[in-house]
Design a protein around this ligand. Structure first.
Ligand code: AMP
Length: 478
C-alpha cells in the first residue's frame, strides 16, 4: 500500500495572528460581524467565532476553519442581538484545538461575558500559575482565558471596574473586545502594539452604531466610517447610555508593530492611522535607492511583495512584471501524492511565466525573509524558468529576533539572519545578490518621526520588560 504523507505548506508554518471585530447598536449585528471577519480572514485561518447579545439572551458559536465555511445562514440565524464580537484566529499562543478558539464566553460573578483578543500577553503563564494556585480551573491553553479569570477574581463590583483592575495586571500586547449582557467594552494595551480601529454607521433616526476592528478594511465592506484608533491605554464602553472613552492606564511609549505595515495588514487598510499601501510602496522606493541593480525586470513574490515591487519599479524605472502567478485556492495542508516529487510545495502556490523570465536579469522583491527556505525555492524556481540573474530584494531589515507580542516567528536559532551574514544568506538562497532595506529606511517608509513603532524583530530591543527573556529566546511560546 502506498503511504500518503501529510504535507504542510511551507509558507503556512509561519502564520498570521488574529483579527478582532465588535459592533454595538445594529439589528443585524451577527451578519455584520460575519462580514467584518470575512474581511479580516487574512489575519488567521484556523478558527473563527462570534458571540452576540440582545440584552437578554447571549449566544456564542465558534468552529475550526474559514469564516465563510463556519458561518452558514442557519448558524448566523441562531445569533440574535444588536451587539456582537468576533474573532478569527491563528494560534500564537496555545494549542490548535477548538477549545482555544475565540471568543471565550463565560457566566461569572460579573454576569455573562465574552472576550476576543489580538496580541500576546507576555506574563500570562505567571498570572495563570497564581490563579491556579488560588483554585482557578482553565479549559484552554490560550493566554486570553487568563483575562476572564482576572475579571472574575476582581473584588470590584462593576464590570468596568473589574476590567480596569484586570487590564492593569497584563503585560505585553492586547487589543481586546468584550461583550457583556448589555454593553460592549474594548481596550488596547498601553503601548498600542496591535491595531484597533473605531468606526461608526448612522442608523435610521440618526442613532449611531459603533464598530471596532483590527483593520479598517472590515469597515469598508459594511459601509462604516473610520473615525480613529482606540488609543493605547484606552478603554471604550458602548451601552444603552451611549459611548464613553476613558484611560484605564497611563499611555506608555508607543510601540506599534511595524510588521503590520511590512506584511500583516491588508494594503487597503489604514493601520495606526496610516495607509498600508502607501507604506509598502515607499518601502520599495527606498529599497531601490539603497540597493540598486542593473536588471531587466522587477518581479514581486505574490502577494506579499507586490506593493514594494511596484515602489521599486517606479523608483528605478525598471519594468514591473507579474512573472510569478499565485494559486489563491491552496488550503493549509495538502496531500502530496508521492514523496518522490520534490519542491512540490512552492509549485502548488506559485508558478512562473517562462516567456517573461527567459534570459532576463530579474529583481525579485519580497516583504521579508525569515527562515530563508521559501525564498530559496522561489529563487530556484525563477532561475529554472530561464532567468539569467536573480537579485533578491527584501523590503525590511534582517529579522534577527523573535516576536513576543503576537507575531508568530520561529525561535532565534531558526531565524537565518540571527546566525548568518547577508552574504551567507545570499549563498543559502542562491541569489546573485541580496539587499535588505535598512532600519532607517523602514522608519522613513512608515513615517515614524516620533519613535512610535516597535522594531524588536529587527533589533532585539524589546519595548517591555520580559521576565523570562532567556527562556523565551530559545523556545517558542507555549
Ligand atoms: P522564508 O524564505 O522561508 O523565510 O519565507 C519568507 C516568506 O514568508 C515571505 O514571503 C514572507 O512574506 C512570509 N512570512 C514572513 N513572516 C511571516 C509570518 N509571520 N506569517 C506568514 N508568513 C510570513
Amino acid at each position: 500500500m502506498i503511504e500518503i504523507p501529510q504535507f504542510d505548506f511551507p509558507d503556512d508554518k509561519l502564520k498570521e495572528e488574529c483579527g478582532v471585530f465588535a459592533i454595538y447598536g445594529h439589528p443585524e449585528a451577527a451578519n455584520l460581524t460575519y462580514l467584518g471577519l470575512y474581511a479580516l480572514q487574512h489575519r488567521g485561518q484556523e478558527s473563527a467565532g462570534i458571540a452576540t447579545s440582545d440584552g437578554k439572551s447571549f449566544e456564542c458559536y465558534k468552529n475550526m476553519g474559514h469564516v465563510a465555511d463556519i458561518f452558514q445562514p442557519e448558524v448566523l440565524g441562531k445569533l440574535p442581538g444588536h451587539m456582537a464580537i468576533g474573532h478569527t484566529r491563528y494560534s500564537t499562543a496555545g494549542d490548535t484545538v477548538l477549545l482555544n478558539a475565540q471568543p471565550f464566553a463565560v457566566q461569572c460573578n460579573k454576569g455573562r461575558l465574552a472576550v476576543a483578543h489580538n496580541g500576546n500577553i507576555t506574563n500570562a503563564s505567571e498570572l495563570r500559575e497564581e490563579l491556579e494556585h488560588e483554585g482557578a480551573i482553565f479549559q484552554a491553553s490560550s493566554d486570553t482565558e487568563v483575562v476572564l479569570h482576572l475579571v472574575a477574581h476582581s473584588r470590584e463590583r462593576t464590570l468596568p471596574g473589574a476590567l480596569r483592575e484586570a487590564l492593569l495586571q497584563l503585560e505585553g500586547a492586547f487589543s481586546l473586545v468584550f461583550l457583556a449582557n448589555d454593553r460592549l467594552i474594548v481596550a488596547r494595551d498601553p503601548h498600542g502594539f496591535r491595531p484597533l480601529a473605531m468606526g461608526q454607521m448612522e442608523m435610521p433616526g440618526g442613532r449611531m452604531c459603533y464598530v471596532f476592528a483590527s483593520e479598517t478594511c472590515a469597515f469598508d465592506l459594511i459601509n462604516a466610517v473610520y473615525l480613529n484608533d482606540v488609543e493605547p491605554g484606552e478603554m471604550v464602553i458602548v451601552g444603552p447610555e451611549g459611548m464613553t472613552r476613558e484611560r484605564y492606564a497611563p499611555a506608555q511609549d508607543p510601540a506599534h508593530c511595524v510588521f503590520e505595515h511590512v506584511y500583516f495588514s491588508r494594503p487597503d487598510s489604514m493601520v495606526f492611522g496610516r495607509s498600508v499601501q502607501q507604506s509598502r510602496e515607499q518601502l520599495g522606493r527606498l529599497l531601490s535607492l539603497e540597493h540598486p541593480v542593473d536588471a531587466d525586470l522587477v518581479v514581486p513574490v505574490p502577494d506579499s511583495g507586490v506593493a514594494a515591487a511596484l515602489g521599486y519599479a517606479s523608483e528605478s524605472g525598471i519594468p514591473f512584471r507579474q512573472a510569478l502567478i499565485r494559486n489563491h485556492y491552496v488550503g493549509r495542508t495538502f496531500i502530496e501524492p508521492s514523496q518522490a516529487i520534490r519542491d512540490f510545495g512552492v509549485k502548488l502556490k506559485l508558478n512562473p511565466i517562462r516567456h517573461l523570465l527567459e534570459g532576463k536579469r530579474v529583481i525579485l522583491v519580497d516583504d521579508s525573509l525569515v527562515r530563508g527556505t521559501t525564498s530559496r525555492k522561489i529563487v530556484r524556481m525563477v532561475r529554472n524558468a530561464g532567468a539569467r540573474e536573480v537579485h533578491l530584494r527584501i523590503s525590511c531589515p534582517p529579522t534577527v529576533s523573535p516576536c513576543f507580542y503576537g507575531v508568530d516567528t520561529p525561535t532565534k536559532g531558526e531565524l537565518i539572519a540571527a546566525n548568518n551574514t547577508v552574504n551567507e544568506i545570499r549563498r543559502f538562497v542562491e541569489a546573485d545578490s541580496l539587499g535588505y532595506l535598512s532600519l532607517g529606511g523602514l522608519r522613513q517608509a512608515v513615517a515614524d518621526h516620533n519613535a512610535d513603532y516597535c522594531y524588536a524583530c529587527y533589533t532585539g530591543n524589546y519595548p517591555t520588560e520580559l521576565v523570562n527573556i532567556e527562556e523565551l529566546l530559545t523556545r517558542k511560546l507555549k
